[in-house]
Design a protein around this ligand. Structure first.
Ligand code: CP
Ligand code: NVA
Length: 321
């Protein structure tokens, strides 16, 4: 009932509750049937994915390449040193040419607007593999992980501690719609974008969830079920590193901070991780779901790509959200 055909996947902003849950259901279905029951499911047979990467990647690249292969498809990994992109051919022309070869374009870009240019000029769906503003694929993996761990999403209190960055933005575009309350702690000057805060408030209002902003990590983590952080220096911000490390002092997720969380607290991190934002004690603790979260990048990107170009429907019972 929720057709993703010919649509793009640039952010979670335009995805409603049913669409997000449907994608999670497909991801859970693929994971159960392929990993647990060893089924062969090949909806991407004969289909190709172009993967344009302007920045480094371990998870997004490997999860997509292996996930597409597992579903019978083929992917081509393209960096700026491989193709003409932006150097001797415009983004728009690249999008038109690639559309004649592949069924999906997944792109990791420096500037979010470049994704919009790709999507506008491509005649195939474009998937955001991370931009400076959003990282929607990560949030699907996070939700699948929480769904697996808790057995539900509705009513979870999630604390974000750190930079108001691309991951925060994507969480804000999705969490309120699936019943997750957000408490976001960022240092002054590192808050999420104002217009995304406005959109998030509207989603929260519509779905009866709450969103709070603070500059106090303890306040955000009080009673939290889920604590999430990310690097303080995202890709492209390397020249700001010294200043950022100073400005984020006191924001490390560590044993002291998690004392105020709920007893059933868990920890998520999109990775790659640096010890300054989360201590080893928390990162490697039993409460940390980071490896499961990383693996779930694969099952969720498979769900996104398969939904965009096939009419694959899940067979397992719909999860209790
Ligand atoms: N979490 C994530 O997107 O990791 P990569 O940068 O390794 O793709
Ligand atoms: N915020 C980080 C996420 C990496 C997956 C970055 O953009 O570098």
């Amino acid at each position: 009932p929720y057709s993703f055909v010919d649509e793009t996947f640039l952010s979670m902003k335009g995805r409603n509750e049913l669409e997000i849950k449907h994608l999670l259901w497909i991801a859970a279905d693929l994971k159960e049937r392929i990993k647990k029951w060893n089924e062969t499911i090949r909806p991407l047979e004969g289909k190709s994915v172009a993967m344009i990467f302007q920045k480094r990647s371990t998870r997004t690249r490997v999860s997509t390449e292996t996930g597409v292969a597992l579903l019978g498809g083929h992917s081509v990994f393209l960096t700026e040193s491989d193709i003409h992109l932006g150097v001797s051919e415009s983004l728009a022309d690249t999008a038109r040419v690639l559309s004649g070869f592949v069924d999906v374009i997944l792109a990791r870009v420096n500037v979010h607007d470049d994704l919009k240019t790709l999507a506008k000029n491509a005649s195939v769906p474009v998937v955001n593999g991370l931009s400076d503003i959003f990282h929607p694929l990560q949030i699907l993996a996070d939700f699948l992980t929480l769904q697996e761990h808790y057995g539900y999403l509705h009513g979870l209190n999630l604390a974000w501690v750190g930079d108001g960055n691309n991951i925060t933005h994507s969480l804000m575009m999705a969490a309120p719609k699936v019943g997750i309350n957000l408490n976001i702690a960022t240092p002054k000057g590192y808050e999420p974008h104002t217009d995304l805060r406005k959109a998030c408030a509207e989603f929260a209002e519509e779905h009866g969830t709450s969103v709070n902003y603070t500059s106090d990590p303890r306040e955000a983590c009080a009673g939290a079920n889920v604590i999430v952080t990310d690097t303080w220096v995202s890709m492209g911000q390397e020249t700001e590193a010294q200043k950022r490390l100073k400005d984020f002092k006191g924001y490390q997720v560590n044993d002291e901070l998690v004392k105020v969380a709920a007893d059933n607290w868990t920890f998520l991190h999109c990775l790659p991780r640096k010890p300054y934002e989360v201590s080893d004690e928390v990162f490697y603790s039993d409460h940390s779901l980071v490896w499961q979260e990383a693996e779930n990048r694969k099952w969720t990107v498979m769900a996104v790509i398969a939904s965009l170009v096939t009419d694959l429907e899940p067979e397992i019972p719909v999860p209790k959200w």
